[in-house]
Design a protein around this ligand. Structure first.
Ligand code: C5P
Length: 300
């Protein structure tokens, strides 16, 4: 058994989110390009006689809805990773990623907890097994393990790393209240009853990433869930326009929303856009991508 271990995992943005008609199992086929961006949750796991999960929130997340005791995705990680199904650890999650925000914060927590518990319990789980367990836990969890930029297929869980030598400056604007991912997918089904069985592929984004040029990437960004998210939360439309009028190359809803992300020409430009958007919203954060997936940050 190891000493207490802290694992850091990043938020994700979908640079391309192509969504198809629902499959028989209810999930939607995706053709997506993920990018991990520098906004993090830290998960610390320490030895204990029982099992507990405590969550601490960044200031700007205070008041957000949290899962009830036992219903956190990290509880599912504990049950799944414990060799005898009876997890024993004291887990603390320190959250900075918007909750129910479309940035896969819960998936980041799951990936971080997997890595932390694997180390704490000395399991030496293989990379293949880690990715397989992650896929059981949620569609975005395998990417949270991987980080960087990656192509995602299936329901999002089949991930292939991409070469991405770019460095992109984003402004991330969380909303005061989250949006339910299933509700946004249901609304997509209503708005797009004729969605294709095969989701639209990300040719434009893949080409833009090969140039590493934010201007090209801005033109190629694509999110099939954006219309549904904006229809459910109309204030997002004005926010996207405002960010672009303040100098962002492009604004877009992140995943199922309601967080909006703005791709900017440079860090300076991102800081300007963030300052301008903080006058209309409480919080606007500057984050760079791509960054690493779930990784050990501290062992005590
Ligand atoms: O896989 P995950 O638990 O993150 O998915 C949460 C919910 O989002 C699913 O129950 C489903 O309603 C919706 N979803 C979907 N198609 C996907 C991924 C998620 O319909 N590809």
């Amino acid at each position: 058994m190891s000493a207490a271990v802290t694992v850091r995992a990043a938020a994700k943005i979908n640079l391309h989110l192509g969504v198809g008609a629902p499959r028989e199992d209810g999930f939607h086929p995706l053709d997506t390009v993920y990018q991990a961006v520098g906004l993090y949750d830290d998960v610390t796991a320490d030895r204990a006689h029982g099992w507990s999960v405590e969550t601490r929130l960044a200031n700007y997340l205070q008041g957000a809805f949290l899962p009830e005791a036992g219903a956190n995705i990290v509880d599912a990680v504990g049950r799944r990773m414990a060799p005898d199904g009876d997890p024993k650890a004291q887990v603390e999650i320190r959250k900075s990623i918007p909750i129910a925000g479309g940035m896969a914060g819960g998936s980041a927590d799951a990936a971080a907890a997997m890595v932390a518990l694997d180390r704490l319990w000395g399991l030496h789980t293989s990379d293949e097994e880690m990715l397989a367990i992650a896929a059981e836990l949620g569609s975005d969890v395998p990417f949270a393990l991987l980080g960087g930029s990656a192509h995602g297929g299936g329901r999002g869980e089949l991930v292939t790393p991409l070469v991405d030598n770019g460095d992109y400056a984003w402004v991330v604007v969380p909303d005061e209240t989250g949006l339910s991912t299933p509700a946004v997918y249901r609304h997509f089904d209503k708005l797009c009853p004729d969605a294709p069985a095969v989701p639209p592929p990300p040719h434009g984004v893949l080409e833009a990433l090969s140039y590493g040029d934010p201007g090209r990437l801005a033109v190629a960004l694509h999110n099939d869930l954006e219309e549904a998210a904006v229809d459910l939360r109309p204030s997002l439309g004005a926010l996207l326009e405002r960010g672009e009028s303040e100098g962002a190359l492009r604004g877009m809803v992140s995943g199922s929303g309601p967080t909006c992300v703005f791709l900017c020409e440079s860090t300076d430009a991102a800081q300007h856009v963030a300052a301008a958007l903080e006058s209309v919203r409480r919080v606007a954060l500057v984050a760079h991508g791509p960054v690493a997936g779930a990784h050990i940050a501290e062992v005590m």
